[in-house]
Structures are given as C-alpha cells and as structure tokens.
Design a binder for this molecule. Structure first.
Ligand code: 5AD
Ligand code: FES
Length: 347
C-alpha cells in the first residue's frame, strides 16, 4: 500500500481501482505514512501557516429538506433567525479587529435574501473592507445570480457537492434536488471566475468506498481551489437522527489523500471534525489541512445554526474562539496568519 501513497505523492493521481485499494486496505501505520507525505507537501506550499476564515451564519431559514441537515425546512423545532445587514457588518467589524481578512457568508437557501439584498451586503462589506475576501456559501442559484454576486465583489464560493454518486445523492436529498444541477452550479461558479470550493461528508448514510472514489475523481476533475470535508454527524430532529456518525479516522485519511491529489488546495480542518474528537481540528492540520473557520456569528444565534448535534463553539464569543484556535494551532507547531489566505494560483 505504501507504493500507492508514493505514487499519489509523485503523480498527484491514482486510478479509481487504486483509490479503492488504498481506502479499503488502510491501517494506522499506512495512515501515518500518508500524513507524513501530506504534511511535507502542505509545508512546502504553505509553510506552517494556517489560514482563518470568519464564518458568519446569517440565516438558518432554508427552503430545502436535505435528510441530514438540522436546519432543513421540515424541522419545525429549529428556531429560525436572520441577521440584518447591520448585524452582519458588525460581525465583520469585530472580525476585522481580530485579524480576519476573509468573511464567509453562510446560510440556508433563504428566499428572503434576494439577489438585490445579497448584492447590497457584498458591496457594503467590500466598500468597508477592501482588503478582505468575501466568500459566499448560500447554495444553488442561477448563473445570472452568481455572476451578479461576483460583479458586486464576491471572491469565493463554497458549495459542497455532498456526494458525486447520483444514486447516493438521491438517498441524501429529496427529489427536488439533483447531482446534475449541483455540479452545473460548480462549473458555472468556476467559469465566472470565483475561487470555488466543493466537498462532501465522510460517513454519510449509505456511503460506500465506491462513492468516496467517485468523490475523489470528481474533485480531481473539477480541480477546485478549496475542498471542505467533515464527518457526517446525526441531528436528532432529522430523518437521519439514528444513523451512525462518520469517523475521525476515515476523515483524516481522506484529508491526506486530497492533499496529495491537489498539493496547493485550501483544505479546512472543519468544525464537524472538531465536534467528533476533542483534538479533531489539530489532527486535521497534521493530516494535511491548512485552513480553520472560527465562528464570527453573534453569540445569541449560534445555538440556532445547528446543522448536527453537539456542534462546538456555540457558547463562545468570536475572540474566545480565535484565541482558543491560536492556542490549538501553536500546540502542534503551526501559526494562524493574518491574511486573505488566497489559493497559491491567485497570488
Ligand atoms: N453532519 C455533518 N455535516 C453536515 N452538513 C449539513 N448537515 C450535516 C450533518 N448532519 C454539512 C453539509 C453542508 C455544510 C454546510 O454542512 O455538507 O454542505
Ligand atoms: Fe471555538 Fe475553541 S475554536 S471555542
């Protein structure tokens, strides 16, 4: 198996049969070997720098009904909220003073936030903080909407593909959503000129090794600037409330593989990874990740943006979260940097 890791390290590529073999035959020893290579590549490209993104969860209204997600429209128990533009700008102000130079506007698919409103928010942030990147994570919209947001100043867009296998996609989502449309959105975003992030949940219900292999091949083909992966974690008020969570072990292994596939990709150690293991984010960095996304949402709404059970950092102020993260990164020999943290191809 080590030869497969070596081959991936040298060529950034494996066949689907080889990915399958690697994943199915992984051992703790092989994982450690993979992580060493992944860290070497990561350090060569990004030294020991960890980029931070300030996450602003600005609405938990959602018109979709994904079976895994705690803010799905059928979850009548979710307490819904929207931040005003003023509240969003206040999050940016707090974040800027703490050293954040990327703001991620994340929300459910909320029809209240028309293109006009989103454009107004983007231009207000860019006018006040011209040295900052604005990342959108607001789901599927038309080409025209994406283009208008880009023209208003949005720099990046996160849209996880969730799974690259159409049949599996159908088991995670209602029929109104399709993998074809999801992929089209990602290609549209790339064409428009965004730095684009895709990604998937590890250990989502009905996921097989073949699904993971398809995820990896799709990621290689899309060649995104960012890839967000984290373990699936059940939310008790969803149809998947009694499904098993994904594991730290497999998530870390996939992070290592993705680092070798796309040597300079921006790869977050996600909140979900930090939720299923007390040192999950540190382990993610040590497996090849180079981004963390501390929460900048107002403390009063954090417990309402519950995508899954036991989400961490919901009781902490932005500053506390950042200092906690700084300590965590320093404890493993890495450092948080004050910068936009663009992909290497942009600078
Ligand atoms: N567990 C883990 N991740 C989840 N997401 C949504 N629900 C869950 C869950 N139960 C992820 C999805 C989505 C991102 C914002 O959060 O991948 O794209
Ligand atoms: Fe948020 Fe530790 S990173 S509290």
């Amino acid at each position: 198996m080590k030869q497969l890791v070596d081959k991936l390290f040298e060529t950034n590529n494996l066949s689907s049969a080889e990915y399958k073999e690697l994943i199915d035959n992984r051992t703790p020893e092989l994982s450690e070997y993979l992580f060493e290579k992944a860290r070497a590549v990561r350090i060569q490209n990004y030294r020991h720098d960890v980029y931070i993104r300030g996450l602003i969860e600005f609405t938990n209204y959602c018109k979709n009904d994904c079976y895994y997600c705690g803010i799905r429209k059928s979850n009548r128990k979710a307490e819904r909220y929207r931040l005003t533009k003023e509240q969003i700008l206040e999050c940016c102000s707090v974040g800027y003073d703490l050293g954040f130079r990327t703001f991620v506007l994340q929300g459910g698919e909320d029809g209240y936030f028309t293109d006009e409103k989103i454009i107004d928010i983007i231009s207000s942030i860019k006018a006040k903080y011209p040295d900052c990147a604005v990342t959108l994570s607001i789901g599927e919209r038309s080409y025209e909407s994406y283009k208008a947001f880009f023209d208003a100043g949005a720099d990046r867009y996160l849209l996880r593909h969730e799974t690259a296998n159409a049949e599996h996609y159908g088991k995670l989502h209602p029929r109104s959503l399709s993998l074809g449309n999801r992929k089209q959105c990602l290609y549209n975003l790339k064409e428009i000129g965004y730095q684009v992030g895709c990604g998937f949940m590890v250990g989502s219900p009905f996921q097989t090794t073949d699904c993971l292999v398809e995820d990896l091949l799709f990621i290689k083909q899309l060649n995104p600037h960012m890839v967000g992966i984290g373990p699936f974690i059940p939310h008790h008020d969803t149809p998947f409330g009694d499904k098993k969570a994904g594991t730290v072990e497999l998530t870390l292994f996939l992070l290592g593989i993705i680092r070798l596939m796309l040597p300079d990709v921006l790869l977050p150690a996600t909140t979900a990874l930090g939720t299923i293991h007390p040192k999950g984010r540190e382990l993610g960095i040590l497996a090849g990740a180079n981004v963390v996304m501390p929460n900048l949402s107002p403390k009063s709404v954090r417990h309402k943006y519950m995508l899954y059970d036991n989400k961490i950092c919901t009781g902490d102020e932005a500053a506390e979260c950042l200092y906690c993260m700084k300590r965590r990164m320093e404890s493993i020999g890495y450092r948080i940097t004050i910068s936009r943290g663009d992909h290497k191809s942009i600078r």
